[in-house]
Design a protein around this ligand. Structure first.
Ligand code: ADP
Ligand code: MG
Length: 497
């Protein structure tokens, strides 16, 4: 036996010191308050326009030097280099104005609505609530800061974020909107149809609302509508054949009816009739082969993601008491590789001990602008139905599961959005996928994509599988690796609205 080389044996671990020096690219940061952390991030970032939202501008702020970022990713402990900024203009008279034609501000050729303070605050509170409620594995971007700025402070902030040319255009339009008077159309007392309305200036002062949140990395995440669209595009060549066979079948059938109407036929026409009959058989067979059965239109992967999204929407309702309210596929981001989530550190210590599940799919909800509180009487029915499902995932009977999920889906779907409109009153393509009352919410009008009613058993079975595998995952997550358990608690940003 080889003698053991003492000098090469594993060094003993030094006892932990309170003030630990860190190597690598994680810098020890002194404690800093939310506002200062935000300002420092803005001061040291470059901004670009990321998307044009329907209620504001979505910017991406990339930090130039990570030492000015006080935000860290939960899983890796690495500093956050990219954040999303949602900017909108707030006017408290906005909601009081005519609903059908709310006053808008001009952003180049686009018209953006003014938002009421309460709507702006509500969106933040709900998103924050959802992040807190799903803290081990958040199902929405984590908000790191939010604020409403007066005109002077807005000017300073807009100055800081508009260094490049494209951004200066945004600054220009927002500055103009912030300093202009807005008029609402009012019907004078005793108003009769057809009579003149009057324009009354808004009492409220315009302000700039800003939400800074986790950037859901577009190299890893994609919007569900984009995924569906690419599968639909892939189907389109097959659909061309479908159209060809369908019209040939129609022609052959017409030919038969014309020839039959002639009665006794000469030999050559008799052959033609036989030929048409054979064609009818062939085209019918080809069509049957081309037309996919229900559940075969989209890949299993895509159908799975759609079912994961259904479960995430139910989870939100159950954990927060709010419905998302605007769950069209454009507000659902999906990934095969989950993004680590952002936390503000509350001490200089770092690194949060969650195991990595980087090979798993993930669904993230964004845009809580239409979220609404579930009325108490509805929630008191929904809560026990779903609690029973979550508590008995491993043992629940399939029919019982199906019934409970179906009931929950309808309860959530029937809660109106916060603008009081009902989800079922919108065109099917927006929200009906949730109840399964339309096979494909994004499909073109074509017999290939038939309207279906309800969710298939296969999809319910998929949902049960998803919940079961997630449960085994979360029981792993609640047992942090030994030796990491003494890490400090994490602090999430809490808005003061
Ligand atoms: N946190 C985020 N990470 C990545 N992309 C985002 C994020 N928030 C918004 N987006 C992108 O910006 C678009 C508009 O944002 P959204 O919050 O849906 O605004 P709106 O209320 O105007 O629809 C989204 O469809 C998405 O593509
Ligand atoms: Mg949206």
């Amino acid at each position: 036996m080889k003698p053991r080389n003492k000098s090469r044996s594993k060094p003993r671990r030094k006892p932990r010191r309170k003030t630990k020096r860190r190597g690598g690219n994680i810098h020890t940061r002194p404690h800093i308050d939310d506002k200062s952390a935000f300002i420092e991030y803005v001061d040291h970032s470059d901004f670009t326009v990321f998307a044009n939202g329907s209620t504001g501008v979505i910017l991406k702020g990339v930090i130039r030097d990570v030492k000015h970022s006080h935000y860290y990713y939960i899983k890796t402990g690495l500093p956050v280099k990219e954040l999303i900024f949602k900017l909108c203009l707030i006017h408290d008279d906005a909601a009081a104005a005519n609903d059908e034609d709310p006053p808008k501000w001009k952003l180049s050729s686009i018209k953006m609505p003014y938002i009421h303070t309460s709507a702006f605050n509500q969106e933040i509170i709900i998103q924050n609530k959802l992040a807190q409620a799903t803290i081990a594995d958040p199902i929405c971007p984590v908000i790191v800061y939010s604020s409403i700025y007066t005109t002077e402070l807005s000017a300073k902030l807009l100055e800081q974020i508009s260094k490049n040319e494209k951004m200066s255009v945004i600054k220009q339009y927002m500055t103009a909107a912030l300093s202009s008077t807005v008029y609402k159309t009012v019907k004078p007392s005793g108003y009769r149809r057809g009579a003149a309305t009057v324009a009354v200036p808004f009492d409220s002062k315009p302000r700039l609302g800003i939400i800074a949140m986790e950037y859901v990395d577009s190299t890893k995440f994609v919007r569900l509508d984009q995924l569906f669209k690419s599968e639909i595009d892939a189907l389109s060549s097959k659909m061309k054949n479908y159209v060809n066979y369908a019209s040939a079948l129609k022609d052959a059938k017409y030919n038969i009816s014309q020839l039959t109407a002639l009665g006794d036929l000469p030999d050559d026409l008799e052959y033609e009739l036989e030929d048409s009959r054979r064609n009818v058989d062939t085209y019918t067979r080809e069509l049957a082969q081309l037309k996919p059965a229900r559940g075969q239109i989209f890949s299993t992967e895509l159908v799975k993601l759609r079912n994961m999204a259904r479960l995430v929407i139910l989870e939100m309702a159950h954990k927060t008491g709010y419905t998302h309210g605007d769950y069209h596929f454009g507000n659902i981001l999906v990934s095969a590789k989950p993004q680590p989530h952002i936390f503000r550190l509350h001490t200089e210590k770092t690194h949060i001990p969650f195991p990595d599940f980087d090979d798993l799919e993930k669904v993230i909800l964004i845009d809580f602008g239409y979220s609404n509180k579930i009325p108490h009487d509805i929630f008191s029915i929904l809560d026990p139905i779903l609690s029973h499902v979550y508590d008995n995932v491993d043992t629940i009977d399939f029919d019982d599961f199906k019934q409970r999920i179906s009931e929950s889906i309808y309860l959530v779907h029937n809660v109106s959005r916060n603008d009081e409109s009902h989800l079922a009153s919108f065109p099917d393509k927006y929200y009906q996928w949730f109840t399964g009352d339309y096979e494909c919410s994004l499909c073109p009008d074509h017999p290939y994509f038939v309207r279906e009613s309800g969710i298939s058993d296969d999809e319910y079975a998929m949902m049960l599988d998803i919940l079961r595998s997630r449960k085994s995952r979360s029981s792993m997550a609640s047992n942090p690796p030994i030796g990491e358990a003494s890490n400090p608690p994490i602090k999430l940003y809490t808005p003061t609205v």
